[in-house]
Write a protein that binds this ligand. Structure first.
Ligand code: ASP
Ligand code: MG
Length: 401
């Protein structure tokens, strides 16, 4: 079977860990598999490189940043190939460019357009383990690009899709996908399986196990993913289209503290008001998450919505600038909130899931400011100080730990 194995930065952080990773790869090779390995930069290398650049030029061009950042992954693949050589396992390391990863020109955040697999197949035919730099590719002009922070996951999934790999393993420093972040909810446990849709919701809600785009791509091409630890020999979490229905109604919880709420009070109650507000925010590239509109009273209504914390200052400035055109009386901002969400494909066929969540919050004396739901998700906006207690209370309600 052709297997893609991706190892994150913590898994290749030092010599001992690289040797351990090489051991995992060599074992998979001895079992008779063709292997394409994708690596991240060692430990904090990417952050360190960014810091280095800032010492020289705080406004360095994105092209030169990509030239710099891509070196991190290059160190990892060379060292890993050397570790495999030492074990007597034939291996070759390749940059993104050598591996045929072609991307768009958006330096710092490019998308993979095509993978020219000739070289990879040639190396696999020679029975070599192919070790590819994650996170990078090149434009048709041969300029080096990177895929955005955390992009190695996406490199791995793209290669798995293109090569029609039987499995794409994402090795990291946790044992898989958990019902909640164990640092917040000590009772959280590892899931055996999760659907792409659930994983996508959890990833976009801030569960940092997988790069969002990698999950989207895995779903689109039906790449079977396994998230597992390179430190233990435990089986991980399988991410796929359908999973066995478990007794629990949800698969996980997530908390997002990077959220601010803006409330516009005293808007005119007439057509076009919401359009004007959100058109303007869209023009500023500000993503809006939860939106709530109050019932109108005496020709006036209120609209509140949430944006990322990093965006609220720009949003408020823009709204104030167009205060007359939009026509609101006052604007109120809250930056001490958190969004807590439950996610589960089982919600589609089961009623009462939201009410169980609200019951847990009520029992924990947590007040809800906003609610939003989708087919497989319920989110509440609450005070940040209550968020961890809320997470534990909700977890207990659904998983009876
Ligand atoms: N090294 C890059 C980063 O730190 C890519 C990755 O690790 O996935 O963002
Ligand atoms: Mg990562």
């Amino acid at each position: 079977m052709l297997i893609v194995q991706k190892f994150g930065g913590s898994s290749v952080a030092d010599a001992e860990r690289i040797r351990r990773v090489a051991g995992i790869i060599a074992k998979t090779y001895q079992d008779g598999n063709d292997i394409v390995v994708v690596l991240s930069a060692q430990g904090d290398t990417t952050d360190d490189l960014i810091a280095k650049a800032e010492l020289i030029n705080k406004k360095a061009s994105k092209r030169e940043m990509d030239m710099l950042l891509s070196t991190g992954e290059q160190i990892s693949v060379a060292l890993c190939a050397m570790a495999l050589e030492a074990l007597g396992t034939p291996a070759v390391s390749l940059t993104g460019w050598q591996a045929g990863v072609q991307t768009t020109r958006q330096y710092g955040n490019s998308r993979i357009r095509e993978i020219n697999t000739e070289r990879i197949y040639a190396e696999l035919d020679r029975k070599r383990v192919v070790i590819v730099c994650g996170f990078q590719g090149s434009t048709t002009n041969g300029d080096i690009t990177t895929l955005g922070r955390g992009g190695s996951d996406t490199s791995a999934v793209a290669l798995a899709a293109k090569l029609k790999a039987g499995l794409c393993q994402i090795y990291t420093d946790v044992e898989g996908v958990y019902t909640a972040d164990p640092r917040i909810v000590p009772a959280a446990h590892k899931l055996n399986e999760i659907t792409y849709d659930e994983m996508l919701e959890l990833a976009s809600l801030g569960a940092k196990v997988l790069h969002n785009r990698s999950v989207e791509m895995a779903r689109k091409y039906g790449v079977k993913l396994e998230v597992l630890s390179s430190f233990t020999k435990q089986p991980g979490t399988i991410v796929k289209e359908r999973v066995k229905v478990e007794e629990t109604k949800i698969s996980g919880l997530a908390k997002d503290s990077n959220i601010s709420r803006i409330a516009l009070v005293g808007l005119r109650d007439e057509p076009g008001v919401a359009f004007r507000i959100f058109r303007m925010l869209a023009a500023k590239n500000i993503n809006v998450d939860i939106i709530l509109q109050s019932i109108g009273r005496e020709n006036s209504k209120d609209i509140s919505f949430t944006v990322a914390k990093s965006d609220y200052e720009i949003a408020v400035a823009a709204l104030n600038e167009e205060k007359d055109e939009i026509g609101f009386q006052s604007l109120d901002v809250s930056t001490t909130l958190a969004k807590v969400s439950i996610v589960g494909a089982g919600m589609i066929n089961s009623s009462g899931v939201a009410s169980m969540m609200f019951e847990a919050l009520y029992e924990a004396h947590v007040n809800i400011h906003m609610i939003s739901t989708s087919e497989i998700k319920v989110s509440v906006l609450i005070d940040e100080v209550n968020a961890d207690a809320a997470m534990n209370a909700i977890h207990k309600k659904f998983f009876r730990d």
